[in-house]
Design a binder for this molecule. Structure first.
Ligand code: NAD
Length: 317
């Protein structure tokens, strides 16, 4: 029986990962923790929600012991676009929360999942069919943290035997909770703006091609990887996974097909444009497919239908 602690549970991924884990492992076996009071209050409406600062080692360790936790999901991070506004703090938070998670996992014999990102790649990485093992020289603090995190997580596995596992998430598209300051946020924001006002001004260049994943596939990736037979895992930190790649122009064409009155223009943010430009167009996820059976279900057309349906419902339209 798994007893799970999700830290940073109040964000875009956590608010949907918690119910997904509850479904798999039982509601009483998932503890959802976040730093921000409003997130904790939201989590408490459907889970055992607690306030916890992942940077506070003592409190984190005490929580793991108190609830007999055997699996930690560490979602704490300052994301790519926000991280560039305060890179020193991004390093402190992203690496601090990870190091605490690793040491607490080691001390308490827990498995640990920490997502990496397409942000771990950079300009010099091959952009098409980006291999699992390749050049990783990112030029954002977010990316520097992700590469360092992957290395540290592998180190804790080989040196101390901690069961660390991870995926490199591309941009995650979802309707549950707004994204928290990443470069691919446009692919969520556009649905709200088009349904609310009929118009969207995009901060990303129209031809910026990036990998994306719809939330149901992202959630399945997490549980499938964490359940995978360890003897089959050649890699651990971290696996390329993707299910669709598109440019803003291609996504907007799909939306316009369904809402012909929708209009779009661009007011490009140079920081986000540079980040988008440095990321892969499409990752090769064959290692994930081979080593633990990664098999995404959602493509762009089905995702657009589902997003429009659910966000319209949410907005009461
Ligand atoms: P998010 O910003 O939406 O959520 C992060 C949560 O962490 C927030 O609720 C925040 O309150 C909480 N938090 C911040 N500092 C904390 C602390 N000290 N202690 C406890 N909680 C704290 O992020 P997300 O989009 O849910 O991303 C989760 C993970 O997935 C991150 O590691 C991120 O890098 C990775 N990822 C996300 C995406 C994406 O598109 N969303 C893509 C690639 C990778």
């Amino acid at each position: 029986m798994k007893k799970i602690l999700v830290v940073g549970a109040g964000g875009q991924i956590g608010t949907e990962l918690v119910p997904h884990l509850q479904k798999h492992y039982g509601k009483e076996n998932v503890i959802a923790a976040d730093l921000r009071d409003e997130m904790v209050a939201k989590l408490q409406t459907f889970a055992t929600g607690i306030k916890l600062d992942a940077m506070d080692y003592e409190a984190f360790d005490k929580t793991v012991k108190e609830y007999n936790i055997d699996s930690i999901f560490n979602l704490v991070a300052l994301l790519s676009a926000t991280g560039e506004k305060n890179p020193q703090f991004a390093w402190k938070l992203n690496m601090g929360a990870l190091l605490n998670s690793l040491n607490i996992a080691l001390e308490n014999h827990c498995a640990l999942f920490t997502p990496s990102s397409i942000g771990a790649f950079g300009e010099s990485t091959p952009h098409d069919d980006t291999p699992q093992d390749t050049v990783m020289r990112p030029n954002t603090m977010y990316g520097v943290c992700k590469v360092s995190g992957e290395l540290l997580s592998d180190y804790y596995h080989t040196r101390f035997g901690v069961d660390t596992r991870s995926v490199r998430f591309p941009g995650i598209i979802s309707y549950g909770c707004l994204p928290g300051g990443g470069t691919t946020d446009y692919a969520v924001e556009v649905f709200y703006e088009i349904l609310k006002t009929g118009h969207y001004t995009c901060p990303i260049p129209k031809d910026a091609y990036m990998d994306m994943l719809y939330m149901p596939d992202a959630l399945n990736a997490v549980t499938t990887l964490m359940e995978a037979d360890p003897s089959k895992l050649v890699h651990r930190n971290s696996f390329n996974i993707t299910s669709m790649s598109f440019t803003p122009e291609q996504l907007f064409a799909c939306i316009k097909k369904r809402i012909p009155t929708a209009t779009f223009d661009y007011d490009v943010d140079p920081v986000r444009a540079a980040i988008a430009h440095s990321w892969p167009n499409k990752m090769d996820d064959s290692c994930a497919r081979k080593e633990w059976g990664w098999k995404p279900q959602w493509g762009i057309e089905e995702m657009v239908d589902d997003m429009l349906k659910h966000i319209a419902e949410k907005l009461g339209l």
